[in-house]
Design a protein around this ligand. Structure first.
Ligand code: HXC
Length: 258
């Protein structure tokens, strides 16, 4: 499918989706959010894709929701259209893993979009923030909830109330990102991580993603039960036999997603 606000390249089982509205630092407008949802659905359905990398430009992952598009809307408008609510749900509904590769600004909806992915690798020039407070609003697609779970109440509250940005070192220190890499290496590193995931059994990858995400949705005892039952379920797969036999035979496993 051809998109106007993003590009999709599929190579070696990895779909690289680049947000592409350079004139507005990749601000998230309705078209971009619709196209991103479509691109993710397409990648989820495409058998050649086993992992997805979502990125922006060197200067901005995304500088937030498009303020020009939003500014004249009323409560009734944003309530009835559920502004970006359905679109962000399409991101979290994606079953294949999504790595956010963040360089430059990830602000407001941009920070929220990165946090809706499965993990974040960032460039050393990355800046994260929830500056909606400066516009007289608050985060709307997960910021108050996800940032708080990732970095704790104190830091999240400060960021939401003051609008200050967090640099890459602070983002790594506080657990918002899995790691920081030099800006020039961001895409190769994120794609290498995606390729590594693509080599695994897709059944185990999806089960691991579901189980980790449960940690954010339920109690510890329910999450532990979910994990244990899914660990046990892996023993119904051919990939479990293959993975363990390959280890014992000192060879690389050949997973077949069965
Ligand atoms: C629309 C935006 C934009 C945005 C930048 N631009 N951010 N347009 N929406 N969120 C546009 C600018 O208007 C400008 O266009 C061009 O991109 C370059 O931006 P500059 O400001 O000139 O760049 P710079 O001086 O480098 O500053 C970068 C910046 C700043 C610090 C990122 O642009 C900024 O503060 N942007 C807004 C960040 C923000 O408040 N985000 C939260 C949005 S609310 P022109 O045409 O003038 O060249 C939100 C709510 C989410 O995200 C919930 C949704 C449900």
């Amino acid at each position: 499918m051809a998109y106007q606000t993003l590009t999709v390249e599929i190579d070696d089982n990895v779909a690289l989706i680049r947000l592409n509205r350079p004139e507005a630092l990749n601000a998230l407008n309705s078209q971009l959010m619709q196209e991103l949802g479509d691109a993710l659905t397409e990648a989820d359905r495409n058998e050649k894709v086993r992992c997805i990398v979502l990125t922006g430009s060197d200067k901005a992952f995304a500088a937030g929701a498009d303020i020009k598009e939003m500014s004249s809307k009323s409560f009734v408008d944003v309530y009835t259209e559920n502004l970006f609510g359905d679109e962000v749900d399409r991101i979290t509904a994606t079953r294949k893993p999504i790595i956010a590769a963040v360089a430059g600004y990830a602000l407001g909806g941009g920070c929220e979009l990165a946090m809706a992915c499965d993990f974040i690798i960032c460039a050393d020039n990355a800046k994260f923030g929830q500056p909606e407070i400066n516009l007289g609003v608050i985060a709307g697609i997960g910021g108050t909830q996800r940032l708080t779970r990732f970095v704790g109440k104190s830091k999240s509250m400060e960021m939401h109330l003051t609008g200050r940005f967090m640099d890459s070192a602070e983002a790594e220190r506080s657990g918002l990102v899995s790691r920081v890499v030099p800006a020039a290496k961001l895409i190769p590193e994120a794609v290498a991580a995606a390729r590594k995931i693509a080599e695994k059994s897709q059944i185990a990858v999806m089960a691991a993603k579901e189980a980790v995400n449960r940690a954010y949705e339920t109690t510890l005892s329910e999450g532990l039960l979910f994990e244990r039952r899914n660990f046990q379920a892996m023993f119904a797969t051919e990939d479990q036999k293959e993975g363990m036999s390959a280890f014992l035979e000192k060879r690389e496993p050949q997973f077949r997603d069965r």
